[in-house]
Design a protein around this ligand. Structure first.
Ligand code: C5P
Length: 240
């Protein structure tokens, strides 16, 4: 049995319903520290669910990718500052004023919640991005959004494993990097810009996010254990 809650693995708890989420988390309590709640579970369980997961000893990351006018986002961040969250996401496409309003709201509420800006979704590749922003380079967009996050006082950034080198070049060590699109074994799904846990950690990811490869595994504990081994391999690779 693996017992190490220090690995920088964030489980994307994208289950169908609350009961499934509860049953899923129970055996992972002694192993895993970070749990990400997305829009579905938030809709089903809201703030009481966040409290329940925290009471189980997990750090909760609420991934709602807020994207609205600054006043609306600041009001949401103010309310979310009372939830005891470890981290919250905002969409960096909302612009500098929106990100700054979020940081001020969090600070005014005297919360320690980590604010993370999503750069560009890891499900978007250049052809898909061409439809979002015709004529724009995906890499330029990620670069300028990284700069936006750093200049706005955000704590970190959610980015693809393939963007890590550029993010470090632009922002140095000033931003925490949280990396989804991580695939410990080969699967075919909607993630387009992906890498293995070892590659992501070796490239400098501070945290990796993994959902379906664990949620859909026949044996989630052994899936987590295998990802931990790959994370350790990534740290060894960094030292080389
Ligand atoms: O199942 P999978 O490992 O693809 O889950 C990745 C998680 O990370 C999902 O919950 C998804 O919403 C989230 N995410 C992402 N790409 C981003 C930001 C968040 O995949 N850029």
């Amino acid at each position: 049995m693996i017992e190490n809650r220090n690995h920088p693995l964030i489980l994307a708890l994208d289950t169908h319903d609350l009961q499934e989420a509860r049953e899923f988390l129970a055996p992972l309590r002694s192993v895993l520290r970070y749990v990400k709640v997305g829009p579905r579970l938030w809709t089903l369980g809201g703030a009481p669910l966040v409290s329940e997961i925290r009471d189980q000893g997990f750090d909760v990351f609420l991934d709602l990718k807020l994207h609205d006018i600054p006043n609306t986002v600041a009001a949401a961040v103010d309310a979310m500052s009372d939830l005891g969250l470890w981290a919250l996401t905002l969409h960096s496409g909302g612009g500098k004023t929106m990100l700054e309003a979020a940081v001020s709201a969090r600070d005014d509420a005297e919360s320690e919640m980590v604010l993370l800006g999503v750069s560009v979704l890891t499900s978007l590749d250049q052809p898909a991005w061409d439809r979002v922003c015709p004529g724009c380079s995906l890499n330029e967009a990620i670069k300028s959004r990284t700069e936006l996050c750093a200049e706005s006082g955000m704590d970190g950034l959610v980015c693809s494993p393939l963007d890590l080198a550029m993010v470090r070049q632009v922002a140095g060590e000033s931003l925490i990097t949280v990396v989804p699109g991580v695939r410990p074994w080969k699967v075919s799904d909607d993630q387009k810009r992906s890498a293995t846990p070892a590659e992501a950690i070796c490239s400098g990811a501070d945290y990796i996010v993994v959902g379906r490869p664990i949620i859909q595994a026949e044996d989630p504990l052994s899936a987590v254990s295998s990802i931990f081994e790959q994370i350790e391999e990534g740290f060894r690779c960094r030292k080389k």
